[in-house]
Design a protein around this ligand. Structure first.
Ligand SMILES: Nc1ncnc2c1ncn2[C@@H]1O[C@H](COP(=O)(O)OP(=O)(O)OC[C@H]2O[C@@H]([n+]3cccc(C(=O)O)c3)[C@H](O)[C@@H]2O)[C@@H](O)[C@H]1O
Ligand SMILES: Nc1ncnc2c1ncn2[C@@H]1O[C@H](COP(=O)(O)OP(=O)(O)OP(=O)(O)O)[C@@H](O)[C@H]1O
Ligand SMILES: [Mg+2]
Length: 276
């Protein structure tokens, strides 16, 4: 029996129920592509932009974006529809090979690379408040600057091409507020919204992503002192537990308490700015 809080949170995040079978998964993929295509049609814009890290979320959203623009091109005969996949390393990414695997799978119409290091360091240097922080805290705060600079780069590319920026937030990240406010949380459309982590992996596998990408350990990878730090270490609970919680299944008391507490503490990230 799921608790009232579980039901309330799943409803607020519009969580997609577990796929009953392959047909349900396929229907969900079609629904998500139709959503992306509809966002372009109704906005009147023809270009999609997304940063590709090598993680399963951007691999999945990136391939959905590419398939969507390909369908729009053949349905409308308009060659203007296209997808720009953006690599946004902070200097050299420690798992650059995984990012290349993702790029090769996505086969985007256009590939772009923007090294965010100079912008991040240039800004951080000008913010004197960072100097007074202990090393680990400064590293954490700088991590959020990285996520925000990636956002700036993607919107610059979208501006320049009359495009829309895709975000990769899904229910398992949303419930934990595990994104940088107005950083990777900022986008024009979020086609993975409502999915739990394992559903994102299932969609990636269905789309033909290499198994290494499907199973890649999730990492925000924002901290220089801890390259590739697994998200689950930061959460204190596993994605299996988070997914189970969102699907109304029983989880340990520890996981339940952490998830509900984190959800409540991060509510400000899932709403519009506070106003009088
Ligand atoms: N109660 C409140 N009402 C309204 N606003 C409130 C607030 N409390 C804080 N704030 C504001 O929110 C800010 C804190 O939020 P934020 O800046 O996001 O910072 P914060 O939540 O502290 O850090 C972001 C977390 O998301 C993780 N992350 C980031 C990016 C990507 C990924 C990933 O998985 O890829 C994960 C990252 O590792 C870190 O754990 C505060 O500085 C303040 O401006
Ligand atoms: N090094 C990077 N290069 C390009 N885009 C990035 C990079 N790091 C993060 N991003 C963007 O920020 C988003 C949020 O990161 P997040 O870690 O949640 O997703 P992911 O890396 O795709 O998957 P996972 O959560 O499994 O690691 C990514 O989906 C991607 O769009
Ligand atoms: Mg990642």
């Amino acid at each position: 029996m799921s608790s009232n809080r579980q039901q309330e949170i799943a409803k607020a995040l519009d969580v997609v129920p577990p796929f009953a079978d392959e047909a349900a998964l396929v229907a969900e993929v079609e629904r998500r592509k139709a959503f992306i295509k509809n966002c372009l049609r109704t906005s009147g814009l023809k270009v999609l932009v997304l940063g590709i890290s090598g993680g399963v979320d951007s691999t999945t959203a990136g391939r959905l974006a590419q398939l969507s623009v390909e369908e729009l091109r053949s349905e409308t005969g308009d060659a203007g529809y296209r997808f720009i996949a953006v690599r946004l390393p902070y200097n050299v990414q420690h798992d650059e090979q995984d990012a290349q695997v993702a790029m090769n799978f996505i086969r985007a119409d256009e590939e772009e690379t923007v090294n965010i290091a100079d912008s991040v360091l240039g800004l951080a240097e000008q913010v004197s408040h960072l100097n007074h922080l202990a090393d680990a805290r400064r590293d954490f705060v700088t991590g959020n600057i990285k996520a925000r600079i990636r956002m700036v780069a993607q919107f610059a590319i979208a501006n320049a091409n009359n495009g829309l920026v895709i975000g990769t937030d899904h229910a398992a990240e949303a419930v934990m507020g595990f994104f940088t406010k107005f950083g990777d949380g900022a986008c024009d459309l979020a086609p993975l919204s409502g999915l739990v982590k394992n559903q994102v992996r299932s969609i990636a596998r269905y789309l033909g992503a290499p198994e290494s990408a499907v199973h890649k350990v999730p990492t925000a990878d924002l901290e220089e002192l801890r390259p590739g730090k697994p998200d689950e270490e930061a959460h204190g609970v596993s994605y299996v537990e988070i997914d189970a919680f969102l699907h109304g299944q029983q989880v340990s008391q520890h996981a339940y308490d952490v998830i509900v507490r984190t959800y409540d503490n991060t509510q400000h990230k899932r709403i519009l700015p506070l106003v009088p």
